[in-house]
Design a protein around this ligand. Sequence first.
Ligand SMILES: O=C(O)CCC(=O)C(=O)O
Length: 329
Amino acid sequence: MMGIAARELSPEDRAVFERDGVVCLRSVLTPEETGHLRRAVDRQIAALGISRTGYDFEALARQIWDNGRAVETGAADRFDMARMKDMVRADDQARPLQDYTGDHEEGMFFYDVAAWKHDLGVREVAFDSALPEIAAQLMQSAYVNFWEDTTFVKAPHTRQKTAFHQDLAYFQIEGDQCVVVWIPLDPASLENGVMQYVRGSHLWGETYAPNVFVSQTPFASSPEKRCPDIEGAPDDFDIISFDAEPGDVIIHHVRTVHGAGGNPTELWRRAVSLRYCGDEVRYFDRPGAVPQVGVSHGLKDGDRLLAADYPVVWPKPWPGLRLARLYRP
Ligand SMILES: O=C(O)CCC(=O)C(=O)O
């Protein structure tokens, strides 16, 4: 049972996603829904330094390339940044990935996760917007589990690019039925760091090791191979991007290689990324995957994602049911 179709995708949208590994859908979220996300992101940014999960990767990148400076992360303890710094500095292919922004003050590449656990507005978008049903259609899945949300913000004058990477090996999952929904909360274009995708890379048949976002350096704990040096030879790859407005969403396949520029402009580039899994996905305690925040399940490798940490957000038990308020953190 698929419930009421809130947004029926066209055969063209589905074909583009299958061919390119990414599709841009216009006017999917309402102003109220993007407002929920914007407020949540602004709260996350305000908590930088005292939150355990928020980081400024721009500041971290400066510390990585400056051996004399200690790695400062305030209260954030999700990553062992001193170890990451050692890892990057030991990587002879590593180099700063930065766009020059003139003589301005440095910007901020803000990163945070798991707002859905404590923020009703984020849950309303993740669970009760048109997105779960769209994810079901793109993944051709009867059921959809919500995996997590991640926030990526580039403040004005942010030098740091997002190193090209593939998402699969960041997640504790096995299987291809997973999509990532990138949601711009400000107008986004190549000028201020909209996401870029290597068209068709989801069909390369490769799994790449996660990298540390500010460098192509792969996590040492991952057995997977290093992602190709896309930044070093952009003309060798078919890189596409979409100018997007708040309300639009850009959805990529979990194997699509993607990255982003810095933000040399005066404009903010706030974005939230929501991840959904289909019914063929299995739990896999993948070596090198980034530990999730606040999960309490006891899933073992090969299990379906049947746990409160991964709510089933599609189909709805009955049409029009709102799930966000039913979740008890
Ligand atoms: O917004 C960015 O700079 C990176 C986002 C990203 O990598 C993702 O959503 O998977």
